[in-house]
Write a protein that binds this ligand. Sequence first.
Ligand code: CO
Length: 206
Amino acid sequence: MRYLPEIFANNRRWAEAVRRERPGYLPGLNVSQNPRFLWIGCSDSRVPANEICGLQPGEMFKHRNVANLVRENDPNCQAVIQYAVHTLKVRHIVVCGHYHCGGVRAAMDDTPQDGPLAGWLAPVRDLRQHEGSSLAGLDSEEQRWNRLCELNVIEQVRSLAALPLVRQTWDEGRPLSLHGWMYEFHTGLLHDLDTSISGPQATAPS
Ligand code: CO
C-alpha cells in the first residue's frame, strides 16, 4: 500500500507547483473547460495524451478504451462524442493509436479467447481477416502487427465519419474534422496517417 500515499504526495507537489507558476489557472477550471479537440485513444499506460501533445488540463477532452475503438453500439464512446461535439463544440476529433498495441496484438492471436475483452476486440479481429492479403505481404510479424495498428486507426476514422452524430454536425454546416494519428513509444513522436476527413463529401466508399 506504499504506492498510494506516494500518489497523494505527488499530487500535492504538482498542485502547489501549478498554483505557484500559474496563479488563477486551476480556479479558472472550476468555471469552464474549453478543449480544442476530442482525443480517442488506447487505454495503454504508455500514452500520456496531454503530455505528448504539450497540453494543460482543460485543453483536451478524452475517451480511452482498449485499442482505441469507435463503435456505434458503445454508449460510453457515443456519449463522449455527443458531449464533445454538441456541448463543447470541439472542431477536431483525433483517433490516436499506437504501435505495439497489446489490444491489437490480442486480436491477432488465433487461440480462442473468452470474456469481455474477446468480444470487445472482435472488430479488430475482423479487420485483420479482411486485410489478410495485404498484411501477408509484409516481412515480419512485428510489421504485420504495427500495420494492423495503423489500419485499425484508419478504420475508426471511417467509423466516426459514418456516425449520425457526426453527419448531423456536417449537415448543420458546423466545422468538424476527423484525424488518424499514431504514437511511437521509442521516439515519443506522433505521426499523422493522412486520413483526415472534414466533411461528408470526403467519405465516399474507398
Ligand atoms: Co493499445
